[in-house]
Design a protein around this ligand. Structure first.
Ligand code: PRE
Ligand code: MN
Length: 357
């Protein structure tokens, strides 16, 4: 008995529907397996299980599809299943935009960061002296900038380089910032210093070299002040987001991310500024995303176009290093702007119309 084309297509429609229902029924089971794996902390991808299923399927394959075709079709199903488990995992992250669609806005002494409010953070690489800090603070205040940076604990590449003034430096930073009505940010490198930091600074910075110092991240998770987490020099965005999750899961939801360049083969810049990180991090997380134009480029001459690119890409803030006399700076001398250069950068940013202030 022969069927008409219409009849055969009608049959296929029915089979398509059955396959669709079965695939989705399968997907629900895959999700439940994903939840179990999530709880157990085991990887979602299981190539051994996949191979066993493919072997069984080809063994039982009655044809006319060849084994290779059956394998191909099922491999696609496994990929889609894995994607589903990974999407579910992302949805569970506290920092994920899937978990919280609205942008986090961080209030630093009345300065809002995120959700359409941008911040300019500037100051010397290292705290060196009262005079140095006062000169910078005064220039920042005149420019209307609210947050001053200054490193007191300096994790340097060489142990023979200036290591920072430590707690004394934090005290100096606070004293000068209070005089000029500025908020402060400084890097903390030891979990034991987090509590102490809260007395002296307004934002804790976790440096690129410590992005995956999990004990430090956990300690920052217990802090009551905002944390600015720098991207590691060789960190993927996924690793970066998970490092932020360590802080958030500890109870501190005031986390900001900062792209500061990644290591590539390029030598004309200190690191390579990854602009794509800005829209991606903003898409994946609800956290404010900033860009450090000084450490990413390691130069003074291209900060304005890089800052504009960052803001155009959606950055919630810019960080730059400024020193009264960069040539004599005890760290990062090559990249710190002097005060007139900084003023020029700031003017350029304001004139670009990309900074909402
Ligand atoms: C499943 C999904 C991804 C894994 O790589 C292996 C198998 C599948 O789709 O069958 C399910 C699953 O997560 C599992 O059985 O462990
Ligand atoms: Mn520096």
């Amino acid at each position: 008995m022969s069927h008409t084309l219409e009849e055969l297509r009608e049959k296929l429609n029915g089979i398509n529907h059955e396959l669709l229902m079965l695939l989705n029924e399968r997907a629900e089971i895959v999700r439940s397996i994903g939840e179990i794996k999530e709880k157990q902390g085991v990887p979602k991808f299981d190539p051994v299980r996949e191979r066993a299923m493919l072997e069984e399927l080809t063994r039982k394959n009655p044809g006319p599809f060849k084994d290779a075709e059956v394998k191909h079709i099922f491999k696609e199903i496994f990929i889609a299943s894995l994607n589903l488990q990974e999407e579910d995992h992302k949805r569970q992250l506290l920092v994920s935009r899937k978990k919280q669609p609205e942008s986090t806005v961080i209030d630093v002494q009345g300065t809002l960061i995120g959700g359409g409010s941008q911040v300019m953070i500037a100051g010397p690489c290292s705290v060196e002296s009262y005079e140095q800090l006062r000169t910078v603070a005064s220039a920042l205040k005149d420019a209307g900038i609210k947050v001053m940076r200054g490193g007191a604990f300096k994790p340097r590449t060489s142990p023979y380089d200036f290591q920072g003034l430590g707690i004394e430096g934090l005290k100096m930073l606070k004293e000068v910032a209070d005089e000029f009505g500025l908020a402060t940010i400084s890097e903390i490198v030891h979990p034991a210093h987090i509590e102490l930091a809260e007395q002296y600074i307004d934002i804790i910075q976790i440096g690129a070299r410590n992005m995956q110092n999990f004990e430090l991240l956990k300690a920052a998770g217990e802090a009551n002040i905002p944390v600015l987490l720098k991207r590691g020099i060789a960190a993927t965005l996924e690793e970066f987001v998970h490092a932020a999750e360590y802080i958030a899961v500890g109870g501190n939801s005031k986390v900001m991310l900062i792209e500061r360049g990644i290591r590539t083969y390029e030598k004309w810049t200190r690191n390579t500024l990854d602009i794509s990180a800005v829209p991606l991090l903003k898409q994946e997380t609800h956290l404010p995303v900033l860009v450090d134009v000084s450490h990413s480029t390691g130069r003074k001459d291209i900060l304005l176009p890089c800052a504009k690119a960052a803001l155009a890409a959606g950055a919630d803030g810019i960080m730059a290093e400024v020193h009264p006399d960069p040539q004599t700076a005890l760290s990062d001398a090559a990249q710190q702007l002097d005060i007139p250069q900084f003023q020029q950068l700031w003017e350029g940013i304001l004139q670009s119309g990309l900074f909402a202030k």
